[in-house]
Design a protein around this ligand. Sequence first.
Ligand SMILES: *[C@@H]1O[C@H](CO)[C@@H](O)[C@H](O)[C@H]1NC(C)=O
Ligand SMILES: *[C@@H]1O[C@H](CO)[C@@H](O)[C@H](O)[C@H]1NC(C)=O
Length: 121
Amino acid sequence: MDHRQSLFVTILIVLLTLMVSNSSMAVGDSALTGGWEPITNVTDPTVLDIGKFAVDEHNKQHKESLKFTKVVSGKSQVVAGRNYNLTITATDGGVENNYVAIVWDKPWENFRQLLSFKGPI
Ligand SMILES: *[C@@H]1O[C@H](CO)[C@@H](O)[C@H](O)[C@H]1NC(C)=O
Ligand SMILES: *[C@@H]1O[C@H](CO)[C@@H](O)[C@H](O)[C@H]1NC(C)=O
């Protein structure tokens, strides 16, 4: 390689490196996505809040009147914010059932969305 060729190769490598690091910044959200971690304390105020939110939101969307009882178990995942996958006990006309709710929470934006509510399971 002569001098110009090696300069060209160097510039190419620098550009490629920049492109790679830029694209990983562009998908920063998914790069920050973690695995599902078990929720160890189901009476944690935030976890309870998410559970109640899921039941309230489900009631609003489906004109039902489930009553939140407790969070049975759950796991959460870091996304842009945090996803919660909670197994929730709620009563439906006095009958206790379990439901699985997925809630997306971005506390600093005051944003919370029920992504899925399934049950009774
Ligand atoms: C779970 O969280 C609640 C509320 O913050 C607290 O009172 C309780 O001691 C915690 N339990 C454990 C096992 O950490
Ligand atoms: C949520 O957790 C339940 C129970 O562990 C599991 O069956 C379900 O597949 C999970 N859902 C998602 C979207 O991870």
